[in-house]
Design a protein around this ligand. Structure first.
Ligand code: UD1
Length: 348
């Protein structure tokens, strides 16, 4: 069975690494990796392939950055050409980026069966590009791999039960596997001898493209009682330069880090503040409290017992959330750590 895996952005490399490892040790499975080139900086792409030992992509479509229409359109065109040449039995897409929607659409139009890993996620905020990508991908794909029971329920509400399979979350598998490999050598040099810190990331357009929200978030950070380490996404870095955002003495902006360095930072941080979807879960898996700098979350399971709270960009709410009491117990909402095996079983 020939599987074409389509990836393009940082979180997809992490998800695909885990499934790819299982695919490649399964008899009768052959994988072709197509990288759209959505993320192209070495520290946003190449480093993940090396560190996670993902085989070199068979194709790099070098699409790069552009407006949504242009970027997605170029991907559709280039993915179609590769699929016509390779004619895989299945196309596998991940998550909710422009690479996901382009991959699933190109494949379905060619009548190639398409499976979506991390299906059934909804924020119910249609202004997020990812929400549109999720809805479109789930509705055109043939197999929907849901990471949680809640995702299964949301797919059912949209009439997609027949295509939905519960697998658990491949990101949970991933943390369980890679956290054992993290050592002191993964401590990013850029944090110096810092011992106690909060770990933050900001890259969502709802925050980066709204100067007031971005300023509010940084104002809150500058009032916190510990240093805030921010491995900064290039889009935010570019915008911060333009905006004259107040950078408090306790705000430490560093270059984007690798996955194992991120796990190191997670393991040793006091708390996580983020607008990323993936990092909310990774904080939960590493048993760290999280403050979500958005107005909603797709990962409602992380809210249970106060592990994660949603605060938007309001400085007072951010500070209050950082000072909240320790949360209660965690449930096992994200599966048993064998989601990748289930994905491959369902494909078989
Ligand atoms: C994309 C995904 C988002 C995901 C994120 C993970 C979409 C719509 N969004 O957002 O869901 O959470 O990836 O990181 O697909 N840039 C660089 N170098 C790079 C990549 C990007 O400098 O290697 C800069 C460019 O200025 C670019 C901007 O970042 O215009 C945005 O990149 P893009 O890939 O369009 O979206 P992300 O914000 O990375």
């Amino acid at each position: 069975m020939k599987i074409a895996t389509i990836v393009g952005a940082r979180p997809q490399f992490i998800k695909a690494a885990t499934v790819s490892r299982v695919l490649r040790r399964t008899d009768g499975m052959h994988e072709v990796i197509i990288h759209t080139g959505q993320h192209y900086d070495a520290n946003m792409s190449e480093i993940f392939f090396k560190e996670l030992q993902i085989p070199e992509p068979d194709y790099n479509l070098e699409v790069g950055s552009a407006t949504h229409g242009k970027q997605t359109g170029m991907m559709l065109d280039r993915i179609e050409q590769v699929l016509l040449k390779e004619m895989p039995d299945w196309v596998l897409t991940y998550g909710d980026t422009n690479s996901t929607v382009a991959g699933s659409l190109a494949a379905t139009k060619l009548h190639i069966p398409t499976a979506h890993v991390e299906a059934g996620l909804r924020s119910f905020n249609r202004r997020m590009p990812e929400e549109i990508n999720r809805i479109a991908t789930d509705h055109v794909s043939d197999l929907l791999f849901a990471p949680t029971r809640n995702a299964m329920e949301l797919l059912a509400r949209e009439g997609l039960t027949e295509r939905a399979c519960f697998t658990g979350d491949v990101m949970f598998d991933s943390i369980l596997h890679y956290k054992q490999l993290v050592t002191e050598k993964h401590r990013p040099q850029s944090i110096g001898d810092l011992q106690e810190y909060y770990l933050a990331t900001i890259h969502r357009p709802e925050n980066t493209d709204d100067p007031q929200r971005l300023k509010d978030i940084f104002t809150a950070f500058s009032k916190l009682d510990k240093t805030v380490v921010i491995p900064l996404h290039p889009r935010t870095q570019k915008l911060i330069g333009k905006l004259n955002v107040p950078a408090g003495h306790n705000v430490k902006i560093v270059e984007p880090v690798s996955y194992l360095q991120m796990i190191y930072l997670l393991k040793h941080c006091s708390m996580v503040l983020t607008d990323s979807g993936g990092l909310q879960k990774e904080a939960y898996f590493m048993q760290k409290m999280c403050v979500t700098l958005r107005d909603e979350t797709e990962w409602i399971e992380t809210l249970e017992n106060g592990w994660n709270v949603i605060v938007g960009a309001d400085p007072e709410k951010i500070i209050r959330a950082v000072n909240r009491p320790q949360p209660g117990a965690q449930s096992k909402a994200f599966g048993d750590g064998k989601a990748a095996e289930k994905v491959v079983e369902f494909l078989k």
